[in-house]
Design a binder for this molecule. Structure first.
Ligand code: PLP
Length: 396
């Protein structure tokens, strides 16, 4: 079968690959604990499910407007005012089939062949691959564990060139869990003021999973607002990964460009999901807050268990539901059968011997680390860490 050369431009997500390997082992009867996937283990809150069911009964079954129902675009504006103190209008909002599609739309809309896109490491696996698919040039900016995996203003200044079109980051960050404070964003904003051609994609999808308090957005700097594209969605904060709804808040020209793309790709987001999204964004937030509290308990426990493993160094995540320990002390070891040369080998070793799936840091641009998700019940987390601890003790 001859397939297009476009497919060679990018890779499949390592996160999905590990989950698939885990499922294959499970199909053979092995009891695998999955710490590889990035989705809440909670059910969608009841009031949102009721609204989704009502939408089916009310026959929201026709093609929706490509950009999203006006009431939903208004609901996103309501959320941005309520939670972020930001004033947006419906023409700034576009709703898509998951934040992943929102991201793909934006990159396709603003990045031309050869344009540079600066991405601090560690980064969400999809950023670099979408840029490559759009024939942009990925410029990775390596951050340090001692800086909490956050980019410094000097680093940013050095990375931006006349060819830079876009800067892309997430706060809270998948995979490091780092969260930028208002002061840290203000320092980056100063740099962006000196580079007026650069657009900023601010991925805020983990906004509600935050252990340090208030979420801050770089869109709060009014003079940068036209250049900031906020990316967000329902997947993480409302436990709605399968419903597939994401959105951007951006300059109307970017919204229109994404609408044009989406008009050819999907004709808009699932109508029933959109009706449920109105309820999610305007309704009771207490289930979301309760999930955050539970994530906080699990975070404390997984940190305690990881810190007890010799040679593992882990920064406390301020948000999202991942830990991203440095495991390089184990590179060059073996249990007598399997050699562990790098993070990829360690993940495969943990999958095959401890039956726990994790993700190699290489996939996130940080090869000294592995990622473990704590979006899993406490019993599973404890059992997984027990297995990991014992498997790692066999490596010398
Ligand atoms: N951004 C980040 C940082 C993510 O981790 C994810 C999902 O894993 C997404 C965006 C996309 O979310 P979705 O497409 O489910 O809305």
């Amino acid at each position: 079968m001859r397939l297009s050369s476009r497919l060679d431009l990018f890779n499949e997500p390592e996160t999905l690959k590990m989950a698939k390997l885990g499922r294959e082992l499970r199909a053979q009867g092995v009891d695998v604990i999955d710490l590889s996937l990035g989705e809440p283990d909670f059910d969608t809150p009841t009031h949102i499910k009721e609204s989704l069911k009502r939408a089916v009964d009310e026959n929201w079954s026709h093609y929706p407007p490509v950009a999203g129902y006006p009431e939903l675009r208004e609901a996103v504006c309501h959320k941005l005012r309520r939670d972020n103190g930001l004033d947006y209008r419906p023409e700034n909002i576009l709703v898509s089939t998951g934040a992943k599609q929102s991201l793909a739309n934006v990159v396709m809309a603003v990045v031309d062949k050869g344009d540079e896109v600066v991405i601090p490491t560690p980064y969400w696996v999809t950023y670099s691959e979408i840029v490559k698919l759009c024939e942009g040039r990925v410029v990775l900016l390596r951050t340090a564990v001692d800086d909490g995996y956050k980019v410094t203003p000097d680093q940013l200044e050095a990375a931006l060139t006349p060819a830079t079109r876009l800067f892309m980051f997430s706060s809270p960050c998948n995979p490091s869990g780092s969260v930028y404070s208002a002061a840290e964003l203000a320092a980056l904003a100063e740099v962006f003021r000196r580079h007026p051609e650069v657009l900023i994609l601010s991925d805020e999808i983990y906004e509600y999973i935050n252990f340090v308090g208030r979420h801050e957005s770089i869109a709060a700097f009014a003079d940068l607002r036209d250049r900031v594209i906020i990316l967000n969605g329902l997947s993480k904060g409302y436990a709605m990964t399968g419903y597939r709804l994401g959105w951007i808040a951006a300059h109307p020209a970017i919204v229109k460009a994404c609408e044009k793309l989406q008009g050819q790709f999907t004709s808009g987001t699932n109508a029933v999901t959109q009706r449920g999204a109105i309820t999610a964004l305007t309704g009771d937030m207490s289930p979301t807050l309760a999930m955050n509290t539970e994530f906080g308990r699990r975070r404390a426990r997984i940190l305690e268990l990881l810190n007890a493993i010799p040679g593992v160094r882990v920064a406390e995540p301020d948000g999202a539901f991942y830990v991203f320990p440095v495991v390089k002390a184990y590179f060059g070891t073996s249990d007598g059968v399997t050699e562990v040369r790098d993070a990829d080998d360690l993940c495969m070793y943990l999958l095959n011997t401890a039956h726990v799936s994790t993700v190699t840091g290489r996939a996130f641009g940080e090869p000294d680390c592995i990622r473990l998700s704590f979006a899993n019940g406490m019993d599973k987390i404890e059992a997984a860490l027990d297995r990991i601890t014992r498997a790692m003790a066999r490596l010398r």
